[in-house]
Ligand binder design. Sequence first.
Ligand code: UFG
Length: 326
Amino acid sequence: MKILVVGGAGYIGSHMVKQLASKGHDVTTLDNLSYGYRDAVKYGEFTEGDLGDEAVLDALFKSTRFDAVMHFAGFIQVGESVIKPAMYYHNNVVNTLTLLDAMIRHEVKNFIFSSTAAIFGEPDYTPIDEKHSKQPINPYGHSKLMIEQVLDDYDRAYGLRSTCLRYFNAAGADPGGELGERHIPETHLIPLILQAASGRREDIKVFGSDYPTDDGTCIRDYIHINDLCEAHSLGLQHMIENDRSARFNLGNGKGFSVKEVIDIAREVSGNNFKVSYEPRRDGDPAILVADATLARQDLGWKPRFADLKDIVETAWHWETTFLCKQ
Ligand code: UFG
């Protein structure tokens, strides 16, 4: 297939581009390089441009008859979204609408959307399945849920099929060592811990140790980046074969506390490092664990990296072979 990957120079997008190319698809990346890296796009064509730029989109859709579009170009920081909601609504909602409208103009009918566990807000129960109520508690979560709602309406009105994938905590790096996570600023737990383990950071700060969990720290469901990408590939196939839209929660279904992740990082790196305890970070639910039964059943999806140690090992390889040498 011919696939347009919007945001293909970012963390998840670049791994997706590699996987699609390895499966024999023709891939084109569109990325404005605001957070992504040109050298992370190792396969296919590359266009530098913004997903909110109609002229760029029209030119791309005129030049290639894409079978599908995958959209990874959202802003992702919960805390930032609270302080700068306009930035989040503009990029994640308005620019995404511009992309969707261009798809409709050019009759491209298949869309894969990066959604998030943040659409559920504070969980009523865990693990969280697709039926769980959706009440985001920050602009980031609202912006993603708004697009899910738009997609329901665009399916009915325009026949635009979409698969929304609600990620829990994407983690790890390309096992081949070519790609990995390099956010600036980095806000995610595993890369920050590994920076402490490699000596690039003085310590790891644990945000809150008084949560209602066994060790008092937050519990998250970490899923390897390649498993996440595989769900996109399967989701695309499923959407096209069945000609229908779908929504899936994606995680391993097993939660790890912040302290457990730190212990695993010590084991994997063989290094000790300083841990500081800080107050809770605003907007962090105590426990976020996915019930991904639907993805397993409907897509035949089976995460290969079921063990967090294996996930952290790939991230540690990236930290020591690439990031430390920057
Ligand atoms: N944490 C720390 N110290 C740090 C960084 C994080 O203790 O320096 C803790 C957080 O408080 C949280 C856990 O580690 O309990 C995981 O935090 P991350 O920032 O790595 O990930 P989040 O669970 O906050 O965020 C993820 C995605 C977001 C998405 C969110 C949905 O990265 O894009 O899940 O709730 F919005």
